[in-house]
Design a protein around this ligand. Structure first.
Ligand SMILES: [Zn+2]
Length: 381
């Protein structure tokens, strides 16, 4: 069995691949951090021969769980890997966790198979997404800055409206759901669609599709290759270059709505959450969020309202996180955290694909509805 993780976004360490019925693997952590869970590799061996993969150090990742996460629903339960023969169409595999190791198994129809925690974003897809955003009617592309390794932090602006709506994605590189969400948003904006047109007349939409291109390229879980969690940099006087670039552009434009796209490893649902409990928070800021959430849920049944972090929002907001920093710096803004899932939406399960590229895209197409509702609310407020 040949295992190759030297691909874009690739991640796995091979301990022993001589027995296809017990391929021993481990997960390297992001350099200088305890973050590990992303894996992505290609395995080549005989077709129609049973393969069992065992990630022996999976439980190491459970030491870094967020507060209030003591239940069984950690990231290795109910999160079968995705597999693909062509790197485009993905399906889920059966899996097990024994308290230490995470294993999954597959008898493939073909010799070569990709396996990953969630569908990765290949470089060709990344380039196509940039082209698609740049070719939308009236799109303006600019470079906000450079990553630590010199990659561009790109922004695409659409529409001419006076409101400033921001959508940023992939501060955490393994949360590729944000890329597929933006594919859906771009699809919708390309249509001669009355709601899209109305939104872009009311608002200027700023899209930053990839805040952490270095981490994405290197197959990191949450950090940059320099070991920096970008979503803990926002309140710093001298943040990492990626955050500094986005922050400066937000200061220049102002922010009326911000949507920061993430994905949660553990939760079997999607949720959005306002920047509640930032020092400038007032109770009347909740109503626009409730309208946004209800409008979005009406447009997409995968988003079930009223969900949030287990245990609720911390009473003291962490201003080093992007969505909180934005909500504090721009108190008139509706600053929202979006968390998609690596698993599935438990009320609407799809056993074949789980949460998937098509469903993330559909979520992206549907976000026009709440953005437009918020634009209209502001026009009449
Ligand atoms: Zn995240």
């Amino acid at each position: 069995m040949q295992i190759d993780a030297a691909l874009p976004s690739g991640r796995i360490r091979v301990l022993d691949a001589t027995d296809s019925g017990g391929i021993r693997l481990s997960l390297p952590a992001d350099e200088g951090t305890p973050f590990l869970c992303w894996y992505c590799f290609e395995a080549t061996g005989p077709a129609n021969l049973f393969r069992r993969f065992v990630i022996e150090n999976a439980s190491d990742s459970l030491r870094g769980r967020l507060p209030n996460r003591n239940g069984d629903s950690h990231q290795w339960n109910g999160a079968g890997p995705v597999a693909s023969y062509d790197g485009i169409d993905w399906f889920r595999l059966d899996h097990a966790f024994d308290g230490r190791a995470f294993s999954f198994w597959h008898t493939p129809r073909q010799e070569r198979v990709f396996y990953a925690k969630f569908p990765p974003v290949w470089p060709a897809h990344e380039a196509a997404q940039r082209d698609r955003l740049a070719s939308l009617p009236g799109a303006r592309h600019d470079v906000l800055g450079q990553s630590g390794q010199g990659r561009t932090i790109d922004r695409f602006r659409l529409g001419e409206g006076p409101l400033q709506f921001w959508v940023i994605a992939r501060q955490h590189p393994s949360e590729t759901q944000g890329a597929y969400f933006l594919d859906g948003l771009a699809e919708r904006l390309a249509l001669p669609d009355a709601d899209s047109r109305a939104l872009l007349a009311a608002a200027t939409l700023h899209i930053v599709p990839n805040v952490n291109p270095d981490g994405w390229t290197a197959g990191q879980t949450r950090a940059t290759p320099a070991g920096v969690n970008l979503n803990r940099e926002w309140n710093s006087a001298a943040p990492a270059a990626e955050v500094a670039a986005v922050r400066a552009a937000m200061e220049a434009s102002g922010v009326d709505v911000s949507l920061d796209c993430h994905a949660d490893n553990e939760l079997p649902f999607l949720f959005i959450w306002p920047s509640e409990n930032v020092p400038s928070w007032t109770a009347d800021r909740r109503r626009p969020f409730d309208l946004f959430e209800a409008t979005w849920a009406a447009a997409n049944p995968d988003l079930i309202p009223g969900r949030a972090y287990p245990g609720g929002c911390p009473a003291q907001a962490d201003l080093s996180m992007g969505w909180n920093w934005i909500g504090e710096r721009f108190p008139q803004a509706l600053s929202i955290l979006l968390e998609q899932t690596f698993k599935d939406v438990s009320e609407r399960p799809d056993p074949v694909t789980g949460w998937s590229i098509p469903r993330a895209r559909a979520l992206g197409r549907s976000v026009i509805a709440p953005l437009l509702a918020e634009a209209r609310r502001r026009a009449t407020a």
